[in-house]
Design a binder for this molecule. Structure first.
Ligand SMILES: Nc1ncnc2c1ncn2[C@@H]1O[C@H](COP(=O)(O)OP(=O)(O)OP(=O)(O)O)[C@@H](O)[C@H]1O
Ligand SMILES: [Mg+2]
Length: 382
């Protein structure tokens, strides 16, 4: 495409002379008789090269260079100057002009400086293009590394899942084999079958947790979300869990701030969040209390579950929300678990744009909390 050149000079003779000299070389030349007009033309559609008379009424040549470079930092500005103003031309070069032409100048002088200017522009555009390509290549490289990492994590997850799925089924298989091969007396059979049942239940819970974990993101993306009243969701979980806490002799406290707490989410997901947090608190607490609180603050709905249970060793706390992670003190205890509950909690909360946290001291107790955005302020009591 032809290079676009703009001549800004208040002297008609120069404007026309320059245009007459450049047009036959295949350049597209436009002219303006003052800085303001030139700038307006430039802003409308930038030029590759601008020839600017340094001495014009109105906006000065130097200010013009600055304005032009604000639109296109790579536009080439060449100052046209009378002999007496060479000093000013030098200043203009410091301000970013590429070169200057001293009046009177020949067509050859003009063509030489224009050609050099355009070459320089070509070069800097090319450099920029290369830099952009390098930047793109770097980003692609980063993206590739990220995908590889994701792939590794996925494979690791599949290995863990397979391993976890294998244990219960292998146990069930062994028990059944023992019975069928006649190694278990009729009196013993019921006890062994009950063990089978327990392992089968464990397997079913594992599978339903895995299903839940796998579909959280997808369900939210598919728009399977609604306005949920968090009080009501919590209430239905509390009704189910409270008897379990009482049975263990734990004090079960619930404190709900009287304000509406509508959040955007999937009801099953949030039932699972509360169920996991409260069941953990009950499961890992032998005496004392379990305390559930729900409140709003600064456009956030905040839920917390606190207990006076076994706590979590400090150095293990960073891993709590990882799939299948179980703390060493929990594994030593009699409580079974697959270590997926908290991963589900974290995924649900983060998919809703919120955050989870934990504060815990081994032997003293734990506090698990989360916030999610409030979908809307106070609604009617209907
Ligand atoms: N309230 C708590 N007190 C002490 N430790 C806890 C508590 N909640 C979670 N933990 C620790 O975090 C680990 C992960 O919890 P998570 O709920 O993910 O798994 P889990 O309870 O072991 O099994 P499940 O998947 O069946 O819930 C637990 O194994 C336990 O070590
Ligand atoms: Mg759990």
């Amino acid at each position: 495409m032809a290079n676009r050149i703009l001549v800004i000079d208040d002297e008609q003779g120069i404007r026309e002379g320059v245009k007459r000299a450049l047009a036959p070389q295949g350049y597209m030349v436009e002219t303006a008789e003052n800085g303001e007009q030139g700038l307006a033309l430039f802003r409308k559609e930038p030029f590759d090269l601008v020839l600017i008379d340094v001495m014009m009424p109105g906006i000065s040549g130097i200010d013009l260079i600055r304005e032009i470079h604000q639109v296109d930092p790579d536009a080439i500005c060449i100052i046209i100057t009378g002999y007496a103003t060479v000093e000013m031309a030098v200043r203009a070069i410091k301000e970013g002009a590429y070169d200057f032409l001293t009046k009177p100048f020949t067509i050859d002088d003009l063509l030489l400086v224009v050609r050099q200017g355009l070459e320089r522009r070509q070069l800097s555009l090319e450099t920029q293009r290369l830099r952009r390509i390098e930047e793109q290549a770097r980003k692609l490289e980063e993206e590739k590394a990220r995908l590889e990492e994701l792939d590794r994590a996925k494979m690791q997850f599949v290995r863990l899942v397979t391993h976890e799925l294998q244990a219960p089924i292998a146990a069930i298989h062994t028990y059944l084999r023992l019975i069928l091969d006649g190694y278990v007396s009729p009196e013993e059979q019921r006890r062994v079958l009950e063990k089978c049942l327990a392992r089968a239940q464990e397997q079913m819970k594992l599978i339903s947790d895995l299903l839940m974990l796998g579909c959280i993101q997808a369900q939210i993306q598919e728009g399977k979300v609604e306005e949920l009243n968090m009080d009501e969701v919590l209430q239905s979980v509390v009704e189910r869990m409270e008897p379990q806490a009482k049975e263990k002799g734990l004090e079960f406290r619930v404190w709900v701030q009287p304000a509406s707490k509508i959040v955007l989410g999937n009801r099953d997901h949030f039932l699972s969040v509360w169920t996991n947090l409260i069941s953990n608190a009950i499961k890992y607490t032998e005496r004392g209390f379990v305390e559930v609180t729900l409140r709003t603050e600064d456009g956030k709905v905040i839920g917390e579950v606190k207990d006076s249970g076994i706590g979590i060793p400090e150095d293990e706390q960073p891993h709590l929300f990882e799939e299948f992670f179980r703390a060493s003190n929990a594994k030593k205890g009699s409580q079974q678990g697959t270590g997926l509950g908290l991963s589900i909690v974290k995924r649900v909360i983060e998919a809703s744009g919120g955050e989870v946290w934990v504060r815990s001291k081994e032997g003293e107790g734990s506090l698990f909390g989360f916030w999610v955005p409030l979908a809307k302020e106070e609604t009617s009591n209907s």
